[in-house]
Design a protein around this ligand. Sequence first.
Ligand code: GCB
Length: 594
Amino acid sequence: MLRPQDTASRERKTLNGLWDFRLDATGAGRREGWHAAPLTAAQAMPVPASYNDVLVGTTGRDHVGDAWYQTTVRVPRGWAGQRVSLRFDSATHAAVVWVGDAEVARHEGGYTPFEADVTDLVSPGDEVRVTVVVNNELTFQTIPPGIVHDTPQGRRQQYFHDFFNFAGLHRSVWLYATPTTYVDDVVVVTDLQGTTGVVAYDVTVAGAAEHAVRVTLRDADGRTVTTADGPSGELTVPDVHRWEPGAGYLYDAEVELLDASGTSFDSYHQSVGVRTVEVRGTQFLINGEPFYFQGFGKHEDTAVRGKGHDDAFLVHDFELLDWVGANSFRTAHYPYAEEVYDYADRKGIVVIDEVAAVGQNMGLAGGIFGGQSYTTFSPETVNDVSQAAHRQAIRELITRDKNHPSVVLWSIANEPESDTDAARAYFEPLFALTRELDPTRPVGFVNVMLAPHGKCQVSELGDVLMLNRYYGWYVNTGDLVAAEAAWLAELQQWATDGKPIIITEYGADTVAGVHSVTPQPWSEEYQVEYLDMNHRVFDAVDAVVGEQVWNFADFATSSTSVFRVDGNKKGVFTRDRRPKAAAHVLRRRWTSKP
Ligand code: GCB
């Protein structure tokens, strides 16, 4: 599914803005068919945004169940004879969509796009009603998992991940037009042969009209470099300008469909960064050169808008990444808005792209989150249906992000149970699927401290080792001397596997403005010393090829536990992006590293 674009043959119209909105905790809307009429008792809701913190009070913040969105849109007059589609960049976590009275789409999974061909339901020049019901319930069969409890006080959502379950229409909604025969998909895979770049492409066309395919590759100044004919082939780029970390050079591949007279009737633009990615021994190579990841695990999280995408925060966050000397981040713990990857492509920021599979670990859930204990993998909990949803989430992620040069590594889960036979059986086919869908990028998963070296049964399936460790925080709290010894000992064991190791999380909760001359947990000084200690450990182990601090910024979490004070405070920046002392320390390290 390609992005909506404005090109010579395509046009898009945003549906962003204020929609009518109504919470529906009892599910009355589906029974009564609220899509079939203007929404009554509605209030205004911005799209894109999470609804939770836009509203005031627990009714919105802790809502469990359906939320209805409705708007009207006038179809541009000029779209007669075109194929018209309605696209949601995401709906968290599941949605049903109607145009007028007709259901046009159903989707599960809160972080990937879906669309519907609505050509037959709309008339150019006329207005149509668009209704969406978004459901935020998480169960053992969803990605990520959760449990909805029926209590005398109403339904309550429990979940096993450490970030707030924001919901709603977090990203843009589009109506867009293409010709009826159109470019349906483009795949580009790049290679380097000395100073020559090779761009292999594969174009899928939908629709019945006779056509030929032409691809024109232009450089960043708009000069034509080369062209090719046919639905698949190779473009050769002599003296190629590579896409590199820190220098995101992009070519533009224009894919056109030509009619019998050679006239172009569809045009789609695909940006192309020519680069290679390879794991060799304990090295992670980009363009054949060892790459060291320095950066953060991030979140899509800001005040009021929750997980709603915002271009101002996008650009500002990247400015801060640049300022602090970061070259990469992980999209913890779900696929981010597509604008984020576009911008990473442009800026040369390297991305570890993660599936929303977070919290499949009842050992961790019981230990940290408390409450009743469950078995992670069982017919009643994470089972075959969950695995099918996980497969679908991997498929949709790779389908969406395959062409981004910034994406160099797939992460198919964060901290799942990984020390049991059941975990191994669950994950083995998921690794195989990822490699089948994308043979060009390495794949891994993020290992948790409960499954150390020698116990983890899943790590050997990955091309890289990604470790989250909190020595000096959750273990050896306050004792950085003991922490350093224990951490070094564990890391040296992992290094014997002969794979590159990326430390995908290390961090200490820090309340901005809390200071202590003798570094104590929660103080800015402790965060600084904690990071220094970790860096000494990483620098002592050659197989470590990356350090991503948890987290870029403070973020919202569920309020159902007492170990979070106004959210998770492991940010190097506060939630409103002010630096803690640690930011300056990281900046010194990351801007002086060779
Ligand atoms: C982790 C999780 C992350 C949490 C973090 C923490 O291991 O991957 O989602 O937020 O620890 O701060 O506890």
